[in-house]
Write a protein that binds this ligand. Structure first.
Ligand SMILES: NC(=O)c1ccc[n+]([C@@H]2O[C@H](COP(=O)([O-])OP(=O)(O)OC[C@H]3O[C@@H](n4cnc5c(N)ncnc54)[C@H](O)[C@@H]3O)[C@@H](O)[C@H]2O)c1
Length: 316
C-alpha cells in the first residue's frame, strides 16, 4: 500500500489553489495533477506546485494514481464535475454548495453510493476548534438545553462575482452549522432575501429556522456590509457560547462568569483535507456526508422559496 493518497484538484481559482497548496503540505497526500478550464491558469498553477496541468478533467481522471479529488469549480459546475470524478471511481471532496440545486445534489449522492466512493462537502466551519467545543457542550449539556442560535456572516461585495446568490454561497455554511448543532431537521423556514447591488441574485438574506419544541435559529447573511463579520451565538439554558469564526475566539458565559477557552489557531482547510484523506485511508465515515450537503441545500432552496412566496415553508 502507498503511504500517501494520490490527489488532484479540479478548478484552481482562488479556493482551488488553496486546496492544492494544502495537499502539497500534508504528509498524508501527494498532489499529482490539477485541472482548470482556463488553460493559462492551469499552466501557472501546475507550475507553481510542480504537477501536471489539465484543461480536461475526463483526461486527468484516467490517471489511476489519482485516488481522490477536490472539486473547486464555479458553484454551478460542482455537481457535474463531482459526478464525473465519482463515475471514474475517485473519492470526492466537493466544495459548498455541493450543487446548484437539490436535483443535482441528489444525483451526486446516488452516484457516490452506486460507485462506493467517499463523498464529503467543503463545510469548512466544522473544522474550527471552537465549533467543536460548542457541539460537545451541547452533547454533554454543559450549555444546558440548546434553545436558539444566531449566525451572522456579512461582508462587502465579493471580488469574484459568483454564479449563485448569498443564500447558496454564504448562508449555506451557517445552515450546515445549525443542523450540526441542533442535530435534527428543522420543521419550517421563513426567509426574506433581496437583490440590491447585483440584480441577478439575492445579496442579502435573513432567515429563521424552527425546530420541534420551540427551538429556533436565525441566520443573517449579506454582501452589503462594508466590513466582515462571521459570528455564531448558541444560547442554552445554562450558558451562552459565542464563536468568532475569523479570530477563532470562543466566549462562554454563564450566570457566574465569562470564560475564553483557548485553542491554538489552526488552518481549517488543513484539518478538513487531512480528515478527508484519513477517512479514505482508514475507511472511516467523514464528519460531513453527502447527505449533510443535500440537507443544507434543501433548506437553502426552501429559504429562497419562502422569500419568493412570502410564506413559511414547512419542511416536515
Ligand atoms: N468552503 C469555503 O470556505 C469556500 C471558500 C471559497 C470558495 N469556496 C467554493 O469553491 C468554489 C470555487 O470558488 P473560487 O472563489 O475559487 O472561484 P474562482 O472563480 O476563483 O475559481 C473557480 C475556478 O474554476 C475553474 N472552472 C470552472 N468550471 C470548471 C470546470 N468544469 N472544470 C475545471 N475548472 C473549472 C475556473 O476557470 C476558475 O479558475 C466555489 O464553489 C465556492 O463556493 C468555498
Amino acid at each position: 500500500m502507498k503511504d500517501k493518497l494520490g490527489v488532484a484538484v479540479i478548478g484552481t481559482g482562488f479556493w482551488g489553489r488553496n486546496h492544492a497548496r494544502v495537499y502539497r503540505e500534508l504528509a498524508e497526500t501527494e498532489l499529482l495533477a490539477i485541472c482548470d478550464v482556463d488553460a493559462e491558469r492551469a499552466k501557472s498553477v501546475a507550475k507553481q506546485f510542480g504537477v501536471k496541468p489539465y484543461t480536461n478533467a475526463a483526461r486527468m481522471l484516467r490517471n489511476e494514481d489519482i485516488e481522490a479529488v477536490s472539486v473547486c469549480t464555479w458553484s454551478t459546475s460542482l455537481a457535474k464535475e463531482a459526478i464525473r470524478a465519482a463515475e471514474a471511481g475517485k473519492h470526492v471532496l466537493v466544495e459548498k454548495p455541493m450543487a446548484a440545486d437539490v436535483k443535482q445534489a441528489e444525483k451526486l449522492v446516488e452516484t457516490v453510493e452506486r460507485k462506493g466512493v467517499y463523498l464529503t462537502v467543503g463545510f469548512l466551519m466544522r473544522f474550527i476548534p471552537g465549533l467543536r467545543h460548542i457541539k460537545k457542550a451541547i452533547e454533554t449539556k454543559e450549555i444546558g438545553e440548546l434553545v436558539c442560535a444566531t449566525a451572522k456572516r456579512v461582508s462587502q461585495w465579493p471580488e469574484r462575482i459568483g454564479d449563485v446568490g448569498v443564500v447558496k454561497d454564504t448562508a449555506i455554511h451557517d445552515i450546515d452549522v445549525i443542523l450540526y448543532l441542533f442535530n435534527e431537521d428543522p420543521v419550517a423556514v421563513y426567509a426574506k432575501t433581496g437583490a440590491m447591488r447585483y440584480k441577478r441574485f439575492e445579496d442579502y438574506a435573513q432567515m429563521m429556522l424552527t425546530f420541534e419544541g420551540g427551538k429556533s435559529a436565525f441566520i443573517e447573511s449579506n454582501w452589503l456590509t462594508p466590513y466582515k463579520t462571521r459570528v455564531l451565538t448558541a444560547t442554552g439554558s445554562e450558558a451562552i457560547m459565542t464563536l468568532d469564526y475569523i479570530t477563532q475566539e470562543l466566549t462562554v458565559e454563564n450566570a457566574k462568569e465569562t470564560m475564553r477557552p483557548r485553542y491554538p489557531m489552526q488552518e481549517p482547510l488543513k484539518l478538513e483535507l487531512q480528515h478527508f484523506a484519513n477517512c479514505i485511508t482508514k475507511k472511516e465515515k467523514p464528519l460531513i456526508t453527502g447527505l449533510d450537503g443535500l440537507k443544507a441545500l434543501k433548506i437553502a432552496q426552501a429559504a429562497l422559496k419562502s422569500s419568493a412566496t412570502g410564506k413559511i415553508v414547512k419542511l416536515k
